[in-house]
Ligand binder design. Structure first.
Ligand SMILES: Nc1ncnc2c1ncn2[C@@H]1O[C@H](COP(=O)(O)OP(=O)(O)OP(=O)(O)O)[C@@H](O)[C@H]1O
Length: 760
């Protein structure tokens, strides 16, 4: 860090010069820690510095990154800025620092780092730091280093780890690991302990389990599946605590400088000796002391210890004091029974561990088929081991290999035993059993030599390692059980069965409760999650039926209206129609639903739809609709009028008897009001129309449209009358009465009456 500050200071670097130093780290925590150190030691400088890591708001960074002199970052986020941030330039870069350089340059970051390096100027100083530095020429070439200088602290030292670090290992079975950890924590309550596990899901589960069981020391979790704020919180909390337990994945293995860590416990075996060195490096830092404990499985011990010795790591074997042993298996079982989420976490942890072991490249150390999965599941509190598909597939692959070997051997045996053709099935079966046993013992020897051995072969290796190692392993009993277990017989029977029926159904399909494994994106470290699935026990017939139904369901397409219409049209099907009947049983024709227009062009269309003709038909139909609508409204109005007229007449008759006052319209005329008088004159149109409409209305026929202006005019006159002070009711009466009057007058009478009125 001081080198970076010094370099820029000597060059009189200013904010206007842009990016001068770039520090890249593999984890966010490490970047955060370096940033904190930079703040401490560089606060008197004028340089601007920025922490550019994932899990933060990129918009804030985008605004500032162009004016930042020292950027501390993780590779992914830096590349994102290089790709997306306008004007981001590293052209003036003076110094590039790769912390934990071997990790940064390994396969996981290869593409990202290549892209980043291609954006950097070649003339720069490059500093690589790591406790396990890469000397790979290929890696150095990628960085375009000229005359690189290698500086090492431990190059000629007797050991590659600090002398003040006490290192030990103990061997225990997989199903005893959690009890061991619990016992260890309970016996070191005043210590600051870091515990390394191989996957996020294991960290999650163990954290949750210990949170429930309360060991008496603070338990903190740190893994890649947590959001950034929680990660920073966990980091800071563990830094502050005098004694606590940090459960972590390898994101905490490198570079992090937690103060005064007493113990580093590696509950799961590190992937290689380098990872071991980085993990134990979290304790015994600078001049302080510390202790490291490595937990190994019997199947891991020999190969791992050999790797550590090759790396000059002094480590001694220790044994557990059985008096201090505490088991939490029962408690975990009850937690799983009480809390389904906890149980699911246990299932995920189970699968994640197996996956981690399965994916390890060093098959001499990591033998996934050597693991006793049933006991492991039970130690996590699970009643049944979840189904792990990748393991099953791998087992099947190995079994198929085995069967092929058996078959070839059987052929030889058959040819030899042709002379004894009268042998019974029973003796043949016995022979097969013997051959099987012979084969197994052969394979055991082979698989001990090979990496990724078969599970059947691991009993012996277990025995060997038990002899070497832990007191806690009840291996003898287990082996006896295994020897007498139905598995051996089942396997030879399976061979026989397979010989008879090579395509026979799998036993796995008939398990009652199984789980399937799927990809999981939310976790950085592990890729799989457990999904609960219940496979009912089904007969072959049911299975066939199911298969047929599924096949049909797959073939069936979604039915659309258009598809139905096409089908109807193709098959000339007649669609159902709705017919209404009245009480007499006659069909009620609904004119709105029947089409009125038939065009000759339409008949010429032979199937299909002619758009132009259809338009014409629609226009015609539209006219018909309008006409029908008008008629319906008129009819309604007329009915209303007739009703109100009848009501008024009845009222009038009640008041005045049957007398009709002829002079009434004139009597209501206001004197001197010419316009009003003219308005009140009988309209010839009205009179003529009245004659027609009057009769027609009497006949119950619809009145014509021309009635409307007449009525309007009559209404206007009434309103004028109203404005002159007369009662509206009377006006209405006048209109109606005049109508009645006019009905009895001839044209000549009306004309005469009009002239008289004009003269007056
Ligand atoms: N000269 C020094 N004086 C006092 N303390 C120092 C000195 N150098 C380093 N330290 C302390 O030693 C500890 C480890 O230092 P640092 O983190 O730089 O080591 P490292 O080699 O980078 O470790 P790692 O390989 O884990 O990243 C830190 O707590 C740091 O403060």
């Amino acid at each position: 860090m001081s080198q970076v500050l010094e370099c820029l200071y000597h060059q009189r670097w200013s904010q206007l010069d842009g990016l001068g130093a770039l520090i890249i780290t593999p984890t966010r925590e490490l970047a955060y820690q370096i940033f904190q150190v930079l703040q401490k030691i560089g606060f008197k400088h004028d340089f601007s510095a920025g922490l550019v890591i994932g899990g933060k708001f990129i918009r804030d960074e985008t605004k500032r990154i162009n004016n930042t002199n020292i950027v501390i970052c993780t590779p992914g986020r830096l590349l994102q800025h290089m790709d997306e941030t306008f004007n981001f330039s590293a052209d003036n870069l003076q110094i590039l620092v790769l912390d934990e350089a071997d990790r940064i340059l390994d396969l996981g970051f290869q593409d990202t780092m290549n892209a980043i390096i291609s954006n950097l100027p070649e003339n720069r100083q490059t500093l690589l730091f790591s406790a396990t530095q890469t000397k790979s020429v290929k890696d150095l070439a990628r960085l375009s280093l000229k005359d690189p200088m290698y500086v090492s602290v431990h190059e000629n030292a007797a050991h590659s780890t600090p002398t003040q670090l006490a290192q030990s290992y103990l061997v225990c079975e997989l199903h005893q690991k959690l009890d061991l950890l619990w016992s260890f924590i309970k016996n070191h309550l005043k210590s600051k302990i870091m515990v390394f596990l191989s996957s996020c899901k294991q960290v999650k589960y163990v954290y949750e389990a210990f949170r429930k069981l309360r060991p008496g020391n603070s338990v903190i979790a740190l893994h890649g599946g947590m959001n950034q704020l929680k990660r920073v919180d966990a980091y800071n909390m563990f830094c502050r605590k005098q004694h606590a337990v940090l459960l972590a994945t390898d994101i905490a293995a490198r570079g992090l400088d937690f103060p005064a860590v007493h113990w580093v416990v590696q509950l799961d075996c590190p992937e290689d000796a380098n990872t071991y060195i980085h993990r134990v490096g979290r304790t015994a830092r600078y001049e302080t002391g510390g202790e490291a404990l490595l937990i190994l499985l019997p199947s891991e011990e020999a190969a791992m210890i050999q790797l550590l010795e090759e790396k000059k790591i002094p480590i001694q074997n220790i044994k557990v004091n059985p008096k201090r042993w505490q088991s939490i298996k029962g408690k975990l079982e009850s937690c799983c029974a009480a809390d389904v989420h906890f149980k699911e976490m246990a299932q995920r942890a189970f699968v994640a561990y197996l996956k981690a072991v399965f994916l390890m490249s060093d098959k001499k150390v990591f033998k996934v088929h050597a693991l006793d999965t049933e006991q492991f599941a039970s130690s996590l509190g699970l009643a049944f081991p979840p189904r792990v598909r990748f393991l099953q597939k791998d087992k099947k692959r190995l079994e198929a290999k085995q069967v092929a070997k058996d078959a070839s051997l059987m052929q030889n045996v058959d040819s030899e035993s042709k002379s004894n053709s009268n042998e019974s099935d029973f003796s043949e079966r016995n022979k097969l059993l013997q051959i099987d046993q012979f084969e197994n013992s052969q394979n055991n020897e082979d698989s001990d030599r090979e990496s990724g051995s078969d599970n059947e072969s691991d009993n012996e290796s277990d025995n060997e390692s038990d002899d070497d190692g832990s007191e806690t392993c009840p291996s003898n009993q287990k082996d006896i059980e295994k020897d007498n277990s139905p598995n051996q017989v089942t396997k030879s029977e399976k061979h026989l069965e397979k010989k008879r029926n090579p395509t026979g159904s799998t036993e796995a399909a008939k398990e009652v409760l199984q789980f399937q494994v799927e990809d999981d994106d939310d976790d950085g470290d592990s890729l799989f999650q457990v999904k609960k699935r219940i496979d009912p026990v089904i007969s072959d017939e049911d299975e066939k039926e199911c298969a047929v139904t599924l096949e049909k369901a797959k073939k069936a397409k979604a039915v659309t209206k258009a598809a139905v219409a096409r089908k109807i049209h193709k098959k000339n099907l007649k669609v159902n129609t709705k017919i209404l009947f009245n009480e007499e049983g006659e069909v009620i024709q609904d004119p709105l639903r029947t089409r009125q227009t038939v065009l000759p062009e339409e008949e010429a269309c032979d199937g299909g739809i002619n758009i132009d003709v259809a338009k014409k038909v629609m226009q015609q139909e539209d006219k018909v609709d309008k006409q029908m609508f008008r008629e319906r409204i008129k009819k309604q109005h007329k009915e209303e009028r007739m009703k109100s007229k009848a009501a008024r007449r009845a009222e009038d008759a009640r008041r005045k008897g049957l007398e009709v006052e002829d002079e009434e319209p004139v009597a209501h005329l206001p004197s001197g009001d010419e316009d009003a008088a003219i308005d009140l004159l009988p309209d010839p149109d009205l009179i003529y129309g009245r004659k027609d409409t009057g009769t027609s209305s009497e006949d119950g026929e619809n009145s014509s449209e021309e009635d409307e202006p007449i009525n309007k005019r009559a209404r206007v006159s009434v309103s004028n009358e109203d404005s002159a002070g007369s009662e509206s009711e009377d006006g209405d009466e006048e209109e109606d009465e005049s109508e009645d009057e006019n009905d009895g007058l001839t044209l000549e009478d009306n004309e005469e009456l009009a002239l008289k009125l004009l003269q007056s």
